[in-house]
Ligand binder design. Structure first.
Ligand SMILES: [Zn+2]
Ligand SMILES: [Zn+2]
Length: 262
């Protein structure tokens, strides 16, 4: 795949967002804009196709900030609300194009979304509900097509674990995105072979039951061997300037609005 892939990190924070409401810690009070982290989401653009990964509670403000005008598909990593509760805010994207936006999800997530968002995916009797079509993924690569032309992009799901919750990362060309995980099984590590730019969950210094710590994420990044690894989903125990300076070469903390080219 020689086609360039462009990535915009729309949000890079943990489930509460940073600053945390009511918190007066040094990170929540920091004046460094890189310490302001909205909920995790990314825009991936390749071959004329615009793909949104997750749509959390900050999706509307992220879309306005980045001037998003078009989305061809949504890839959902898992059903946690900090990754899906912005799905309703996708409505403006089919004011121009009435075709439904496909929303790709791992099997367990697809089932849960169908229940949690029954007014979108099942009932549909209320006028003006979002026009999304939920697609249950297997583990094989699939094609995401442009809604306006006949171009397409191949996406490879990367199955992983987030504690006991199954989660999918996604690979497009030599870019891969893996949020909310603390275990990538060997078969999925094989799928990351040759990735040049990796976005990876790294919650904080201290270990956690469902997310990689900074040290664990550094070890995974070494194993993958990507040219660049960018950490996301950090809590308010991570002061950007301080922790970023401690990371080894090729590994950096991401921040909202960061743009990557592959
Ligand atoms: Zn999350
Ligand atoms: Zn999660």
């Amino acid at each position: 795949m020689g086609d360039p892939v462009r990535v915009t990190l729309l949000g890079t924070g943990t489930s509460t967002g940073i600053p945390v409401i009511g918190c007066d810690c040094r990170v929540c009070q920091s004046r460094d804009p890189r310490d302001v982290r909205t909920r995790c989401s990314a825009l991936v653009e390749a071959n004329g196709v615009s793909i949104l990964i997750d749509a959390g509670p900050d999706f509307r403000s992220q879309a306005l900030r980045e001037g998003l005008t078009h989305i061809d598909a949504v890839l959902i990593t898992h059903h946690h609300f900090d990754h899906v509760v912005g799905l309703d805010d996708l409505r403006p994207f089919f004011f121009q194009n009435r075709a439904p936006i496909p929303c790709f999800a791992p099997p367990e997530t697809e089932e849960i979304l169908r229940r949690k968002f029954d007014y979108i995916f099942e009932d549909r009797s209320y006028p003006g509900v979002p026009n999304l079509s939920l697609v249950r993924l297997g583990e094989s690569p699939f094609t995401v097509e442009s809604r306006g032309s006949d171009s397409g992009v191949t996406v490879t799901p990367i199955p992983a674990r987030h504690g006991s919750t199954p989660v999918y990362g996604y690979r497009v060309g030599d870019f891969a995105y893996l949020t909310d995980t603390n275990h990538i099984p060997p078969a999925s590590m094989d799928l990351l072979d040759g990735v040049q730019v990796l976005v990876l969950d790294a919650l904080r210094r201290a270990p956690h039951a469902t997310h990689f710590s900074l040290d664990e994420a550094v070890a995974v990044s070494r194993e993958v061997g990507a040219r660049e690894t960018w950490f996301v989903h950090m809590t308010h125990s991570v002061l950007h300037a301080e922790e970023d300076a401690e990371l080894p070469a090729g590994v950096k903390l991401a921040y909202d609005g960061l743009k990557l080219g592959i």
